[in-house]
Design a binder for this molecule. Structure first.
Ligand code: IPM
Ligand code: MG
Length: 367
């Protein structure tokens, strides 16, 4: 039997630095757990633009379609700010999502006990927090047509279109209900049905799908209220299902509840492939962090936790994912802190590589 294949697209900024630590973890699983992967690497974002003049080469796109999972670091940076819109680093990421049809974006916001003091919210509001945001990722205003900037009566007009088919809403909803069934069986759907027809359809379709999941308690919320509730009383939520744009905003908000954006992983899942595994890409929620790039300061945990999600959702290795998450929980409880995790008590930050070292040591200790 051949090993499962991984394509690593480390990208820009701190992407390559944090991905180095993920590669060490992948090697550890091959050596110590006999879980071997065939790993290949390629370019995305500004790094791909520098070499090919496009943020994602067609060959890379083709390779991404073939592998069992893509691991992505981060894209973008100030050097690329003035590029034409069509070749901006972000277009590479959006092309991967669209062409791989990764419609279900899972963004867990979990508060590690050791970090509960770091949140800008009161400790008791976030201690034990465990939310899963399911963001629709391949449609809505990110991709809707018509779009563009044109002239009307001598004025420039910018247009984007929020568009959802019922099939698009439904498949994401099913992914969200399935997750809710494995968790606390609560699902809150967020839209703006008070202002947008697409929101009315969203609410109708999610309600229809709920008939197939009678055990899941479904609620609906306007997305603006949802944002408010996320900072007022985040623990009221279990799974949240929302559209591409609201999901982008609400997930940043939920991420920060946990103290640092440097902690949060994500999985983007599509339809099953011939081997039964879903099309999948895993990436940290944080960006390329140009302000700390190349300084060895970046926190690799979000990227490593993204690999844990790959173990769970692509490779059916839930116990190994638990092992990796427990190792991270352990090093945090022992006080390992990168610069972004300097909480109220301060201390001396460790480097990206040192964080990798202690996580590997904790993995060794778990055997
Ligand atoms: C995210 C990011 C992306 C998005 C950008 C980089 C295109 O903010 O994954 O949340 O808007 O989806
Ligand atoms: Mg975002």
């Amino acid at each position: 039997m051949t090993n499962p294949s991984l394509l690593i697209l480390a990208g820009d900024g701190i992407g390559p630095e944090v991905m180095e630590q993920v590669k060490r973890v992948i090697t550890w699983y091959g050596d110590k757990r006999d879980l071997k992967f065939d790993v290949s690497e390629d370019l995305v974002g500004g790094a791909a633009y520098d070499k090919h003049g496009v943020p994602l080469h067609d060959d890379t796109m083709a390779r991404a379609q073939e592998v069992d999972a893509v691991l992505l670091g981060a894209v973008g940076g100030p050097a690329y700010d003035d590029l034409d819109f069509s070749v901006k680093p972000e277009r590479g990421l959006l092309r991967l999502r669209k062409e791989m049809d990764l419609f279900a974006n899972l963004r867990p916001a979990q508060c590690f006990d050791a970090l509960a003091d770091f949140s800008s919210l009161k400790q008791e509001l976030v201690a034990g927090l465990d939310i899963m945001i399911v963001r629709e990722l391949t449609s809505g205003v990110y991709f809707g047509e018509p779009r563009g900037i044109h002239m009307e009566d001598n004025l420039r007009v910018g247009v984007n279109t929020q568009r959802y088919t019922e099939a698009e809403i439904e498949r994401g909803a099913r992914a969200a209900f399935e997750l809710a069934m494995k968790r606390d069986k609560k699902l809150c759907s967020m839209e703006k049905a008070n202002v947008m027809e697409s929101g009315i359809l969203w609410r109708d379709v999610v309600t229809e799908v709920s008939a197939d999941y009678p055990e899941v308690e479904l609620s609906h919320m306007y997305a603006d209220n949802g944002a408010m509730q996320l900072v007022r009383a985040p623990k009221q939520f279990d799974v949240i299902y929302t559209d591409n744009l609201f999901g982008d905003i609400l997930s940043d908000c939920a991420a920060m509840l946990t103290g640092s954006l440097g902690m949060l992983p994500s999985a983007s899942l599509g339809l099953p492939m011939a081997n039964g595994r879903p099309k999948a890409m895993y990436e940290p929620v944080h960006g390329s962090a140009p302000d700390i790039t190349g300084q060895g300061k970046a926190n690799p945990i979000a990227c490593i936790l993204s690999f844990a999600m790959a173990l769970r959702y692509s490779f059916d290795e839930g116990a190994e994912a638990d092992r990796l998450e427990a190792a991270i929980e352990k090093v945090l409880a022992d006080g390992a802190r990168t610069g972004d995790l300097m909480g109220p008590e301060g201390g001396t930050p460790i480097s990206t590589v040192e964080m990798g070292d202690v996580i590997l040591a904790a993995l060794d200790a778990s055997l």
